[in-house]
Design a protein around this ligand. Sequence first.
Ligand SMILES: Nc1ncnc2c1ncn2[C@@H]1O[C@H](COP(=O)(O)OP(=O)(O)O)[C@@H](O)[C@H]1O
Ligand SMILES: [Mg+2]
Length: 406
Amino acid sequence: MRILPVSSGKGGVGKTTFALNFALALAKTHKTVLIDLDTGTSSLRNFLDIKVNKDLFHFLKKNCPLQECREILPAAMDPDRAFANFSFIASPQGFVHDIVNFSPAVKEKLIVGINGLQADYVVIDLKAGLDRNVLEFLPLSNSGIILFTPKLRAATHTAAEMAKAVLFRMLGIMLTSPLLQERFLQAASAPQALFFQRLRDFLESGSDSEAKNLDDFISEAAVQFPQDNFLRVLRYYVENYKVYYVLNQFNSMSESLENTIKPFVEEIFRIASAKVAFHNLGWVVEDEQVRRSTEAGVPYLVRRYYKKRQAAPLAHDFDAQLRDLFGVAQKKAPAERKKGLAHELSSQIDLLRKIYVCNAGKDPETNLDFIAARVRDISNNSVHQFGMKKIFSVQEFLERFQSRLV
Ligand SMILES: Nc1ncnc2c1ncn2[C@@H]1O[C@H](COP(=O)(O)OP(=O)(O)O)[C@@H](O)[C@H]1O
Ligand SMILES: [Mg+2]
């Protein structure tokens, strides 16, 4: 099972629309469960004109197993059972305070429930925003799928903040390790203790009197205590941090690059680290049919299928093409060498071109099939560590981290 949270930082970028149709695209080949964790707005159930019998309320308050709180598309909506592999878990319609605000008990129960689902893919529609309720459902090693759009300038900025917040949270948890605290704060020399404090403050506040970003801290540590395992682990986490993103309401390659991807990469380089690696999973064009589907309560992909009245296109058409273009499924991806912004941007342009070859002038359905194929490809590739197999608790993460440290 792979868990794929979709986050955006900002609302109104098409997160729910994307999460829904992306889950349906994955369901063409794999058992896929979509979970609405945007509790409070319950927008997913407004997008689906379906009677919901059980939702998260039944799981959280009535002890109904999460697997049994799934709803499927009714026969009237999907008579061919073309999307039989798709199911969704709705959030409650009413305002249940501890569910909307994710009390610690609710959160813990949800994580256990999600980890126990029987599915190939679990897609999570998260709340917008950067608070703990969003961050704690994101993987600790990468940020799931970040969605943003050239249509909304401010969305690029919050998407970059989102990517940074996930990385900083992970490193912040790392610094709470008792092993590190002991070594740096009590036993170690004064410069090390000072470094540790500054790094901790930086992860919380985003600013430091000397260092601009994590790269500066890493360089400093390399001078001050080059032999320390902590430096090695810190560097490892930063260098292996990957950002996976999708552009919604994509308009044109040049505009998307200049107005969206470039500022996104630049900002993360500036505020976090130039060692971060980016992976564009694809885009979804702006399309009136997508908007109309939302209003009609029938998902775009389902409407599209029944409009065409033909067998669902085999999504793995893309798989072979992807292997040719990216060559990631078979062999290991080459070690990523970083040469700064110009290099990163040129590799993003390169990626855009490759995606364009598959997608040029196409409709949202082709776009979504492409993204689903790419996600299947990447989640099978161990180099990527994309799509966590379970949501780790802080404790589990710390244990893994400490084992690297010794
Ligand atoms: N690719 C697209 N083309 C056209 N309209 C879109 C597209 N993606 C989203 N929309 C529309 O944008 C609006 C906001 O989408 P929504 O999924 O609710 O955003 P969010 O969940 O981020 O708040 C909806 O009316 C939706 O139909
Ligand atoms: Mg939404």
